[in-house]
Design a protein around this ligand. Sequence first.
Ligand code: ATP
Ligand code: MG
Length: 560
Amino acid sequence: MTSAGGAAPTNFIREIIQADLEAGRYDRVVTRFPPEPNGYLHIGHAKSICLNFGLAEAFGGRCNLRMDDTNPSKEDAEYERAIREDVRWLGFDWGEQVYYASDYFEQLYAWAVQLIRDGKAYVDDLSADEIRAYRGTLTEPGRESPYRDRPVAENLELFERMRSGEFPDGAKVLRARIDMASGNLNLRDPVMYRILHATHHRTGDRWCIYPMYDFAHGQSDAIEGVTHSVCTLEFEDHRPLYDWFCKALGIHHPRQIEFARLNLSYTVMSKRKLLQLVEEGRVAGWDDPRMPTISGLRRRGYTPEAIREFCARIGVAKKDSTVDLALLEHCLREDLNRRAPRRMAVLRPLKVVIENYPEGQTETFDAVNNPEDPSAGTRPVPFSRELYLERDDFMEDPPKKFFRLAPGREVRLRYAYFIRCVGVVKDADGRVVELRCTYDPATRGGDAPDGRKVKATLHWVSAAHAVEAEVRLYDRLFSHPNPDRAGEGSFLDHLNPDSLEVLRGCRLEPCLAGARAGDRVQFERLGYFCADPDTADGRPVFNRTVTLRDAWAKLRKKGG
Ligand code: ATP
Ligand code: MG
């Protein structure tokens, strides 16, 4: 059997769809991505987005973006806006319109009435606690509600009165009449509607009864002509109910297929927990660059291409697992390595004076923008008597393995000259505040005519030409690989206290003066960085997206 999509890797879902098409069960492919607008999308949603839109594309079909907005109290329009922005940014096109489950409320109501007429649904007066108690357990069957055999006419009347607002929250529910002895708890007369006197952000106060997930999701799929309803594994036990409703109503019947959700190490993914981080001020917002949200990753400097590549590499499976954060970062480095222009920046500046370089003189060197991409060309970088070097690149009393600058030692300045440290200036507390160096004019361009070698090449910025910037360094938000299951206490106990370090007074090479939010660069030797939206004219703020050290590639090399 061949699968559609050419070069794209196959997976078990594609095979099911292919077989359905060949068997004539469906004649086209329609999928959907159905977020509940009660939070921002995260990297787990990206997996579902890439999968659903990818399937539609592979089979020449369509993927609907549907707001699963059946829960009035927690949803709002701001989340919807963010969802649309994030899906589009990831590179997907949902076509003419966004779909809303709330647009189907009238149809869902009519279908509920149809089930009541057919004796397949009833109004129950039991409280939520009683319903739970009657439900039984995995080993014991449930008990039937005393209201289960209400006559159809009474059910119809009560359901209409529920709709018209006669009863308070929780007074009654509508339940499907299936089987209280079923081995599958989801089939023990599941609740279809509950009373909720709450304002919905789209339908206002038109409704005071709202359908439950199980009586909204599959029906929305049916209305939209979805053929393959792809969801995460926790809905596997709901599939018999999904199928039951479609059959009982005699409507278009999509196939539900489950796959394992994405879990990522050092991360939490539940929207409830992400909301808690935002509400308690543990992060700066949904788009804090430490968040696993799409908007956080975007602000951090991730590219849509890297995220899509990551989703392609992890594939889809039927078994839950946790993916190493290092793989996501690896995909990002691969992408940024290809396209991010190289720049020089000094994050913790140490002043250097080149004593034998003429005062007031400036010369420029041509620096390569991207060794991976010759078409990116070069840029001029100014050099002068006073420079900044990285404080970490100097040690007054270096240990054996330290090959960078030290008193009496010679190093190369990238693109420029060899310099030798001939003096150290300290403040009253003995702190090194300035280095005195000399340069060798014969080494212009980076090599000594006499063939002598140096062991280090350092980045630098000319003091007079430098642009001052703020740079934000990020580490993992959590210090435990699985903050959700790290024993006692809450995931909040495992927040990494050092996940953010803000550096002010950093010095960048002058071409970065015009940096605009979203610009991505590599600061040589330091990592990939992205200009933050806090960037103001001539006052760049950069986020470190990721360091250059690729833990994933190393792991692979060791034969992992
Ligand atoms: P959360 O548990 O984070 O609140 P959810 O499943 O309630 O997530 P929805 O907005 O309902 O969030 O999700 C929309 C779609 O994204 C669903 O089809 C869901 O299965 C899928 N999805 C959510 N989280 C993940 C994940 N971690 N991996 C893969 N798919 C996911
Ligand atoms: Mg959900």
